[in-house]
Design a protein around this ligand. Structure first.
Ligand code: ZN
Length: 134
């Protein structure tokens, strides 16, 4: 019963980041339309803090590369939150001077794939996640 909270936490983190991602996609689209040559565009930090308003600067193509994987996201250096409420939700996969690339793991990763699919992305279809609550 108590462990149920962990699942909710991972879901909250994934949905929070899906919201940031949606905002960042709009930023990316706007940047492409207005100034496609911009080397650095301010994207929203996609860390687990719901009230984080910091921005992370990277090129639209760099961002596109990261977000082509639904489990990957970008945060500013120092915001690498790998655990939320004691649950392992993400890991660092790459560090650049201005940003850190993270990858969701476990339930948060599965949630991210499901949210991505619901959003209509045509990224690689994966088998439906089996309920592991046996
Ligand atoms: Zn942040």
């Amino acid at each position: 019963m108590v462990n149920h909270d962990h699942d909710l936490t991972a879901r909250r983190v994934a949905q929070n980041q899906a919201t940031f991602r949606a905002a960042n996609e709009e930023i990316e689209a706007a940047a492409q339309a207005i100034a496609p040559e911009l080397p650095r565009v301010p994207f929203i930090c996609e860390c687990a803090e719901t009230d984080c308003t910091r921005t992370v600067r990277l090129s639209p193509s760099e961002y596109e590369l990261i977000r082509s994987d639904p489990t990957r996201f970008v945060v500013i250096p120092g915001h690498e939150v790998c655990e939320v409420d004691g649950e392992h939700v993400a890991r660092v996969v790459g560090r650049e001077a201005d940003y850190t690339i993270m990858e969701k793991v476990g339930t948060a990763g599965e949630e991210a794939r499901q949210l991505d699919r619901r959003a209509g992305s045509d990224s690689a279809t994966r088998p439906t996640v089996a309920e592991q609550d046996a």
